[in-house]
Write a protein that binds this ligand. Structure first.
Ligand code: NOJ
Length: 581
């Protein structure tokens, strides 16, 4: 049987649950903006704050509640702003503090909150603190960073995420010492074991909060505490932890939770804000320690487990030629749902500035499937029991750029991996193929506003190439197309907002063994919704335990749905939400 679902039908609001644990940030949808790539207002090829101001009405039209900006502070940009040289300023390429104040006001006038990126595991080596600290062993800023004097011999090995030489200790001749940098050599780690440093961080947090910002996304916050004896790490320990091995070690600093609690006591609890930590290396066993309300630490964090699905072990981000299995994906996201069923709260994302485009990685970016699979993935993000984080560009289904030439890349991570592989005499071409699927620059290409030059992003030369598919995938054409990914996304957000069951309702995984369909139920009081997502490019079947009624389809990314006796037949990447009561 075929029938049409009314895509414009007004949803029936569910009853509002009267749980004491309801908060605005659980109900919020967060939109992540990578300012460098969003909109350039002055033709220098780099996105800026004025560009975001020009697009405020667009952001409002999405229906999102909170915007998160990747770092906008002054920075030498060795890692696109994740190397901060002044925590209380604005990167001149992006504008001025006046622009920032206008932008914040413009967001608040539209009832949208702003979350800043807080990058305090490390600073830039061009930050005044580091300049002072590295000038002499006696300098009062010396203990703002981690040093290992060369007279003690070579420091015990630590791994760096970006270093070509490998190793997270860099020798500094001036004071005959090594300093620690978990990321690039230009990103020395701050010494949180020093109470004076902690107070400095709390002060800069208050600076932004007093300006009126509404929260922080905290960069690799799980790494801040270190065992300053720096014991040797045994290979056996690292082997046990496989892919995220150093990350898991780094996320187990001895005083991590003390520092988060102190931060909460002295800063966070004083404001009505939201916080989300980047939980690199945080395992599911540790999860609630960060977000259990009674512990007073953070509100949410991003776990990384989902991002490793379908990757080979090792640090070169190579896809497993065998691909990935939906059953693994479902199991993982269900586990991460269940862990927060009683305590704490989850976040959910499929793309961000460190990941490839979600449609290329988890959907299908072939022209015939790109739009429908983007819609399916948005259906997933916006119907799970967690706060959804949507990366700008995904709402129009932007895909990976897939560079053929290493010179097109801008990202320190990919460029350094390439140099390291070259140095080791590896076949770089093989890795280049893998990065077409996984590299970070895939998601950092300019936002595709229209089908004009440079996709309407800039009148100058963009800092990174624009994806050539901007004639087909762009905001202007989708805005006026009722069937576009963009308008589907807007509709889903409104649906989530008018259905608290999607925020607070229980989640139950169904048909666990199905390799094509991700099926789950959300239920609250006497209400029940069924979500069916075909993650494959083939038709798929779902066997329903109860009859599906034609009038019960609330969301559908196709215009119809085939239903038989106890069975639902889903088209490639079809996503439906069905009322079961
Ligand atoms: C995580 C950030 O998201 C990433 O972009 C950055 O390179 C590292 N942390 C280092 O700050």
């Amino acid at each position: 049987m075929n029938f049409s679902a009314n895509q414009n039908q007004t949803p029936n609001p569910t009853t509002n649950p009267q749980s004491p644990n309801q908060t605005w940030w659980k109900e919020a949808v967060v939109y992540q903006i990578y300012p460098r790539s969003f909109k350039d207002s002055n033709g220098d090829g780099v996105g800026d704050l004025q560009g975001i101001i020009e697009k405020l009405d667009y952001i409002k039209s999405l229906g999102v509640d909170v915007v998160w900006f990747n770092p906008i502070y002054p920075s030498p940009n060795c890692d696109n702003g994740y190397d901060v040289s002044d925590y209380e300023g604005i990167m001149p390429e992006f504008g001025t503090m006046q622009d920032f104040d206008r932008l914040l006001k413009g967001l608040h006038q539209r009832n949208i909150k702003l979350m800043m990126d807080l990058v305090v595991n490390h600073s830039s080596d061009e930050h005044e603190w580091f300049k002072q600290a590295s000038s002499s062993k006696e300098n009062p800023y010396r203990d703002y960073y981690h040093w290992w004097p060369a007279e003690k011999g070579k420091p015990p090995y630590r791994d760096s995420f970006f270093d070509i030489e490998e190793g997270a200790w860099k020798y500094d001749e001036k004071t005959d010492s090594y300093f620690l940098h978990y990321f690039a050599t230009k990103q020395p780690d701050l010494n949180w074991e020093n109470p004076v440093l902690r107070e400095e961080v709390f002060k800069l947090m208050r600076f932004w909060l007093d300006k009126g910002v509404d929260g922080f996304r905290m960069d690799v916050i799980s790494y801040i505490s270190k065992d300053i004896n720096f014991p040797e790490i045994t290979q056996e320990y690292l082997d046990q932890n496989d892919k995220g091995r150093w990350g898991i070690y780094y996320a187990k600093g001895p005083h991590l939770h003390d520092y988060l609690q102190q931060m909460n006591r002295e800063v966070l609890s004083q404001y009505d804000i939201m916080t989300v930590g980047e939980g690199s290396g945080v395992t599911i066993e540790e999860a609630t320690n960060f977000v259990d309300e009674d512990r007073k630490e953070l509100d949410m964090f991003f776990h990384f487990d989902g991002m490793y699905i379908g990757l080979l072990p090792g640090k070169y981000k190579q896809p497993d030629p065998a691909g990935w299995k939906l059953t693994d994906f479902k199991k993982l996201y269900s586990k991460w749902n269940d862990i927060f069923a009683e305590k704490g709260w989850g976040s959910i994302y499929l793309g961000n500035h460190d990941q490839p485009r979600m449609v290329s990685r988890w959907g299908n970016d072939a022209p015939e499937f790109a739009a429908v699979s983007s819609k399916m993935l948005h259906t997933f993000l916006l119907t799970m029991r967690a706060t959804p984080y949507i990366y700008a560009g995904d709402e129009i289904g932007m895909g990976n750029i897939k560079f053929d030439d290493i010179h097109d890349y801008r990202d320190i991570e990919t460029l350094n991996m390439y140099q390291k592989l070259q140095k080791d005499g590896e076949d770089t071409q093989k890795y280049m193929e893998g990065w077409k699927l996984t590299a970070r620059d895939n998601s950092r290409t300019p936002f595709q506003w229209n089908d004009q030059e440079n996709a309407g992003f800039t009148t100058g030369k963009p800092w990174i190439k624009v994806n050539t598919n901007f004639n087909v995938v762009n905001e202007a054409s989708q805005d006026v197309d009722p069937n576009s990914v963009l308008n589907y996304f807007r509709k889903l957000i409104q649906f989530r907002k008018s259905h608290p069951i999607l925020v607070y309702g229980d989640y139950q995984l169904l048909d666990e063994a199905n390799e094509q369909v991700y099926a789950y139920a959300r239920s609250l009081d006497d209400q029940k919704l069924l979500v069916l997502l075909n993650f494959s490019a083939q038709e798929a079947e779902y066997t329903s335990l109860q009859p599906i009624h034609t009038s019960a389809i609330l969301i559908n990314n196709y215009s119809d749905l085939k239903v038989g006796q106890e069975k639902v037949f889903l088209k490639p990447y079809q996503a439906v939400m069905i009322n079961l009561k």
